[in-house]
Design a binder for this molecule. Structure first.
Ligand code: ADP
Ligand code: MN
Ligand code: MN
Ligand code: MN
Length: 338
């Protein structure tokens, strides 16, 4: 029987890339191949030369449609020589894996997001035009006053599991209406592929729940936590000895490196990295054991066991995971190789 493939790709929207998708009907036994779209409608081409090529790179069962239907994540190529489109950030992640894959880089991405009322734009759990009680009881909370949107979060988690994504957990966050899921451990390319598909499933399911998902970094100004994409990272050497963990932190603080990383960590980084609400200021770099006010935290258990991973707390919720994973792989693996 014919079946449906939902082709996904990352667009050229500024300042924050968004996911786009369209449906292709495939004949029984037909496999998903190259396809294309109108790049002049996605910030990826001009009208007089509008075609952009889609190349399937990662496939999962479609947990929303079920049956034989599938999701096909693609990267974008230029017509002509089929080289990566300028907006294709996956290509650099693949190159980083080819260069440093022997160090076995692993990532765990913590995707935070905020549920919004689609009419008012106000976060779920915020009274119309007003504010809920201050932060404190909401993080990992339970009960209808503290928790808003759990049915969506449960549906999303089930969908990610059914699609075979490496989802490793979920939790309610510090601000009402704010949630998190984690993807990992997985390598430089795989973690970002899985995160983009997980974002798609979240936005898509939210349509049916009558809420809007926002990955804005600081949706509510003032005394409310922002939304990040904490990035946990290790290499084989770091998973075996603590000297490599410290060397990784030192590499991240070398002159010019913090600035280069922040440039790829998402839009509005200065609004979120204020030095408050569990962040270090954007213009300072520090690392420390258990320190949630540092740029990079070494988890307590890692110091205890003298091996493991580090957590870069700076990436925004709206960052492109291909860009973030490429930066960490290149910076740390080149230092550890030296
Ligand atoms: P936090 O305590 O900061 O909230 P989470 O539990 O939300 O941390 O997320 C931690 C993430 O780190 C998970 O996705 C987990 O799979 C991942 N992780 C665990 N061990 C490693 C490792 N050695 N290297 C990279 N990522 C790891
Ligand atoms: Mn977390
Ligand atoms: Mn969190
Ligand atoms: Mn974290």
């Amino acid at each position: 029987m014919a079946y449906r493939a939902e082709y996904l790709w990352i667009d050229g929207s500024e300042p924050t890339r968004e996911i786009r998708s369209k449906t292709k009907i495939l004949a029984d036994g037909e496999v998903p191949g190259l396809w294309g779209f109108d790049g002049s409608s996605t910030g990826q081409a001009t009208g007089d030369n509008s075609d952009v090529v889609l190349r399937p790179v990662f496939e999962t069962p479609d947990p929303i449609r079920g049956g034989n239907d599938i999701i096909v994540l693609c990267d974008t190529l230029l017509t002509g020589d089929l080289s990566p489109h300028p907006s294709n950030t996956r290509a650099a992640a693949v190159a980083a894996m080819e260069k440093y894959g022997d160090q076995e880089p692993w990532f765990g991405l913590e995707q935070e997001y905020t549920l919004l009322d689609p009419i008012t734009g106000w976060p779920a759990g915020f009274p119309a035009g007003g504010f809920p009680a201050p932060q404190g009881p909401y993080y990992c909370g339970v009960g209808a006053v503290k928790i808003h949107g759990r049915t969506l979060i449960e549906a999303h988690t089930s969908a990610c599991m059914a699609a075979g994504l490496k989802i490793s957990g979920t939790n309610a966050e510090v601000m009402p209406g704010q949630w998190e899921f984690q993807i990992g451990p997985a390598d430089t390319v795989e973690v970002a592929d899985h995160l983009w598909v997980a974002r798609y499933l979240l936005f898509r399911l939210a349509e049916e729940h009558g809420v809007e998902v926002s990955i804005e970094a600081k949706p509510m100004k003032g005394d409310w936590n922002g939304a990040g994409m904490h990035t946990n990272f290790s290499t084989k050497a770091m998973r075996e000895n603590y000297d490599a963990v410290v060397a990784a932190c030192e590499a991240m603080g070398q002159p010019g490196i913090p600035e280069a990383h922040l440039a790829g960590y998402g839009v509005g980084i200065e609004d979120r990295l204020t030095g408050e609400h569990e962040t270090q200021r954007y213009d300072q770099f520090s690392y420390g054991v258990s320190d949630r006010g540092a740029s990079i935290r070494i988890p307590w258990q890692v110091a205890q066991e003298q091996k493991g991973y580090i957590e870069d707390r700076r990436p925004n919720a709206n960052a492109d995971p291909y860009v973030v994973s490429t930066l960490l792989t290149n910076t740390i693996c080149s230092a550890l190789a030296g």
